[in-house]
Design a protein around this ligand. Sequence first.
Ligand code: NAD
Ligand code: MG
Length: 380
Amino acid sequence: MPSPVGVALLGATGSIGKSALKVLERQRDRFVPVAMTANGNAAALAEQVAQFGPAYVGLVQGSVEAPSGWGRGPECLVEAATHPDASIVINAVVGAAGLPATLAALRQGKRVALANKETLVVAGDIVTRTAREHGAELVPVDSEHSAILQCLAGRQPHEVKRLILTASGGPFRTWPAERIAQATRADALKHPTWQMGSKITIDSATLANKALEVIEAHHLFGVPYDRIEVVVHPQSIIHSFVEFVDGSVLAQMGVPSMELPILYALTWPERVADTGVPSFDPVALGGLTFEHVRHEQFPMLGLGISAGRAGGAAPAVFNAANEEAVAQFLAGALSFGGIAERVAEALQDLAGAPGDSLETLLAADAAARDHVKSRIAQEA
Ligand code: NAD
Ligand code: MG
């Protein structure tokens, strides 16, 4: 077998990062981690580094004590992503902070296995153009997009009629609106089917995550918004559907484990033998059910899709306002219902800002965060 392919793992200590390391460990004949980063958890990163021995290690939080050989500060993400030994970059950072590293890796023609969906929401046109111009591959890790990629294998764009993304519906799928508005942090962090980082878990409870994913799908697959739909599927077994022009529908399914789409993003378009999940047992599933989204109770989905359709700075504003509102909710400074209210206000005031360059998009991102912060400060 040829020597293993070098992988840079950004966000190694997170939920996706840890799942990625399990995959890399099982597939060590094929892949080897050559660069790893974390935000602030130096102790957890040090443990992973001791196990995997990457050539480059980076810690984003400059104030945290760390071994002298490590890269420091936000630049370490780009240093890891452009490490000469890395052919694949797994971007498992949370939030718009992952954007510069994605762009840097694509500019060097590397494959980016992208979990960091915010990258595509903030600057989807720029990111996909950069990938095209440099012959780089942008391969989704997000389970819905991995499902679509798998369903699209060998097909042409004109054969595709619709993408249908599935959503678990989150912990408040059946709750009345008044109860959702007052949901606590603990309520919102109880995801029914997936174990994930706290930010995406809150996004799954508001359905903002599904809005981010519709925008992500639009950019990854070049499908217009009016041909992307969302259906609630509480069991999270079918990860998405593609409907073709002849009326046939393909779905991709599997137990809800991110190790499957992580591995596929590394080996795509091939599949390799792996032992990450138990053998599929259709009878044990019981049943698969589907429901319409309750848009009235979950306004974040519609807000995000409208921002995607509007384009320009609107998706960046939606994403940044959401990131700030979720952080404030997790810190106890904002109610659950307040997340959608603050994001709607930010969109109303800022969505029309210019968004034709990286600079203007980052300015819109910063303005949206300030907007949410100042509204919350006014109310306190
Ligand atoms: P997490 O919070 O568990 O981990 C985030 C990782 O990024 C950590 O290693 C952390 O140290 C690092 N990080 C956080 N803030 C950072 C910053 N400002 N700069 C640099 N690094 C930073 O999150 P997660 O659940 O692993 O999610 C990571 C990304 O993957 C998100 O974009 C999320 O939407 C996406 N995603 C996650 C899942 C999942 O199952 N967890 C599924 C699909 C997509
Ligand atoms: Mg997803």
